[in-house]
Design a protein around this ligand. Sequence first.
Ligand code: MN
Length: 231
Amino acid sequence: MSLTLYKKKRSFNETPEPKGKKKSSARSLKFVVQKHDATQLHYDFRLEMEGALKSWAIPKGPSLNPQDKRLAMMVEDHPFDYRTFEGTIPAGNYGAGTVMVWDEGTYTAMGFEEEPIKKQEKILLEEMKKGDVKIVLDGEKLKGAFALVKIKGRGENTWLLIKKQDAAATDKDVTKKDKSVKTNRTLNQIAQDAGGNPKEKKSLTKKTPKPPELLNNRSKKNTRVKKKSTT
Ligand code: MN
C-alpha cells in the first residue's frame, strides 16, 4: 500500500481533501462509497486494507442486482481518513467537483467472517493479487455479498463489481437513494453549502468561448451521458 500517487496528484494547500497518512480501524474493516460529481459523475468504491483505502471508480455506481456487472476502474490508494470526506474539490484541482459520502459501513472477507482483522486483511490481499475479491458489506445502502473481479487482458485496472445472490439482492435501483449517509444532503446541497458548483466555476474561467455548433454537440452528448448514468 502506498499513498505516493495520491499525494503527487494533489495540492493540499488548495484542496480540502485529507493529506495522506496511514491509519486503520481497530475492530472491523471499513468501506465507503463516495458519489463524485467530477468531469463524469461516478461512484468511488473504497475498501480499507492495511491502513489505506483500495479504490475503484464505478461510472454507473454499485448495484444490488446480481445480473448487473458494474465496470470498476481501479485508481490510486487513498488515505484512511478519506472515507469521511464530503465537500467540494476546487476548480483546477485533481478530481474537481462535489463529493458525497453515499454509503459507509464495515465489511468482511467472505467465508472468513469470524477470523481476526489481520487474518482477513491477509486473505483479502491475496484475493486482490488473484483479481478475485469476495466480500460481505454491511452498509446503510449496500448489504450482503459482492465479488470484485479483475478482467484479464484489459490492462491492470479494469475490474467488475458484481452482487452475489443472497437475501440483500434486489432489482431495485439502489442509486435512486441519492442522499449522503452522513449529512442527508444531495450533491446539489453539498455544492451550495460549499459556495457553488466547482465545475461551473471552472467553465467560467475558460478563456476562449466555443463556437455555437460545438456547444450544441457538447450539450447533446452530455444529456446522453447523464441519461445513461441515471437509469
Ligand atoms: Mn472520484
